[in-house]
Write a protein that binds this ligand. Structure first.
Ligand SMILES: N[C@H](CCC[C@H](N)C(=O)O)C(=O)O
Length: 285
């Protein structure tokens, strides 16, 4: 059994594309973890499984490296859209792509599809839609304890759940220390993606990211959308900002109705054929 994967990254948030139309292997949480393992496998921040063509259109499944499934992924949607173009599934400039959360609208901004603008749908601050425990409310600037420290936390759904903590100074160490506690904290029935955010000015923010099911990553599309939405909601920025991340920048716009758009690049790295030994290993997981 031959397994071929396509490696891409979006601002160094790296994914492998598994096309079930070209591979017999059945993906499971166990073999996704092995594929994403940075020592014993290929290493990746996730696996994008698709295209699955349904009546309503093209679907993609987003796997985290811990074997869990995410409702959506911002860098993942941009990467997968470029794969669809590279593999000849899509020729149009605009099209809709479906994740478990719902519909993302994609527009290619250049010939090779490496620069894209994507509508990720509508964000929500409502606790029952994120979800966050407690009575139904918008989760804005609430005191939450992660570890033994109290933080002012705003939570938002971008289809997947996020918490955002504004800070004067941000770093990898700080977000990993918080993320170790916040990811599985009692407030979050579906766990949570964590972003700490420094507001630079009305049009620029910087974030550090600790992803649900992945840990520290160099960029996150939905994380950037979440942070931009929170900064605007708290009156700290305009509705259109550049989100600066260690892996690169995304432009994010939050419309009045809550629809969020992100614009940024993706990069095709390699086609990878797995060895027969590694493939046999995967089949048993
Ligand atoms: N780990 C995330 C999904 C990927 C998010 C990030 N890579 C992005 O680009 O949006 C979650 O479980 O919600």
């Amino acid at each position: 059994m031959k397994v071929v994967l396509e490696r891409y990254h979006g601002l160094s948030n790296d994914y492998v594309v598994f096309d079930p139309n070209k591979n017999e292997l059945e993906l499971t949480p166990g073999n996704v973890k092995m594929i994403c393992d940075r020592n014993a496998g290929l290493g990746a921040d996730g696996v994008l499984e698709g295209p699955v063509i349904k009546e309503d259109g093209i679907h993609v499944k987003v796997w985290n490296p811990d074997g869990s499934e995410s409702e959506t992924s911002g860098n993942g949607v941009r990467i997968f859209a470029k794969y669809l173009k590279d593999a000849g599934y899509i020729q149009k400039k605009n099209f809709k792509l479906y994740t478990r959360y719902g519909e993302a609208t994609v527009t290619f901004l250049n010939e090779d599809g490496s620069r894209l603008r994507v509508s990720m749908g509508k964000i929500s601050f409502w606790s029952d839609e994120i979800p966050v425990t407690g009575e139904k409310r918008e989760v804005i600037n609430e005191d939450m304890v992660f570890g033994r420290t109290l933080y002012p936390v705003t939570c938002v759904s971008v289809g997947n759940p996020h918490c955002v903590i504004p800070m004067r100074e941000i770093s990898k160490n700080i977000v990993c220390k918080i993320g170790d506690y916040s990811e599985c904290a009692k407030y979050f029935p579906h766990r949570i993606n964590t972003q700490i955010m420094k507001v630079i000015d009305k049009e620029n923010i910087a974030i550090e990211i600790y992803e649900r099911g992945a840990g520290y990553t160099l960029a996150s599309g939905t994380g950037a959308c979440a942070a931009a939405a929170v900064a605007h909601k708290l009156g700290m920025t305009n509705n259109k900002v550049i989100v600066h991340m260690p892996g690169g920048d995304l432009q994010v716009e939050v419309e009045d109705d809550g629809t969020v758009f992100m614009t940024g690049d993706v990069f095709y790295v390699a086609k990878i054929t797995l060895s027969s030994e590694f493939t046999e290993n995967l089949r048993s997981l």
